[in-house]
Write a protein that binds this ligand. Structure first.
Ligand SMILES: [Zn+2]
Length: 82
């Protein structure tokens, strides 16, 4: 849970944003289950998506090289902890 996600939760609670479940997933049209952020610096700039499309979309704006860094870290831990 990061700041952008809690901003969405607060907005839903205050009634400023409808819950994601009120919408259809923008990617596949199935009932949406959560909001997807494309930019965490705009916490309320979100689109409703289902869990599987949210997963496919991945995290918002990944830092260039972060996936490579995560892959290396995982490989390192697997080697060390194996
Ligand atoms: Zn979907």
């Amino acid at each position: 849970m990061n700041e952008a996600h809690s901003a969405v939760r607060r907005a839903v609670k205050r009634g400023e944003l409808q819950p994601a479940t009120a919408f259809a997933c923008v990617d596949c049209g199935k009932p949406a289950q959560c909001y997807d952020h494309r930019d965490y610096s705009k916490p309320l700039d979100v689109v409703p998506v289902c869990h599987s499309c949210n997963h496919k979309r991945g995290p918002a704006k990944p830092h260039p090289g972060i996936q490579e860094a995560q892959r290396k870290a995982r490989a390192y831990y697997e080697e060390v902890l194996a």
